[in-house]
Design a protein around this ligand. Structure first.
Ligand SMILES: Nc1ncnc2c1ncn2[C@@H]1O[C@H](COP(=O)(O)OP(=O)(O)OP(=O)(O)O)[C@@H](O)[C@H]1O
Length: 118
């Protein structure tokens, strides 16, 4: 396998590991699929699709980074350490912020269209 192809394989391993072990990542992937289906049904403009894609990407990327940081913290600091806790808390805060951004984006773009379609 070429080094280039191997890179994709390792990246996929990281996604598969996160999906297997992180309930939050599973929920976010399924939520993203639901949002994409609803967006397709509602017929978004190109700009609206880009905002939805940005929100979904930010949430999934931050959850993957959070999983990597948690795993690294558990590796280097398996025992209780206030600084290890702070690192995990900040990492979780990043996911929270991207989730809030996704929520606001979804409400601003999808809610008016859903109400109009009812
Ligand atoms: N080694 C540690 N030392 C101090 N506090 C920790 C440590 N590990 C975890 N904590 C605290 O417990 C919280 C939850 O940690 P945990 O590793 O269970 O994260 P989680 O988000 O619940 O992860 P997972 O998705 O694996 O369940 C952290 O945000 C942190 O405040």
């Amino acid at each position: 396998m070429s080094k280039f192809i191997k890179g994709f394989y390792f990246a996929w391993q990281g996604i598969a590991y996160s999906f297997r072990t992180q309930l939050n990542f599973k929920v976010e992937v399924f939520s993203a699929l639901c949002v994409i289906a609803v967006s397709y049904y509602l017929g978004l403009s190109t700009a609206e699709w880009l905002w939805i894609a940005l929100a979904i990407t930010l949430v999934l990327v931050s959850e993957l980074a959070n999983t990597a940081i948690e795993t690294l913290v558990d590796l280097v600091s398996p025992d209780y350490n206030p600084k290890a806790g702070i690192v995990k808390d900040i990492s979780a805060a990043v996911v929270l912020l991207t989730g809030l951004f996704a929520l606001v984006t979804g409400i601003l773009i999808l809610l008016p269209k859903i109400l109009h379609a009812l």
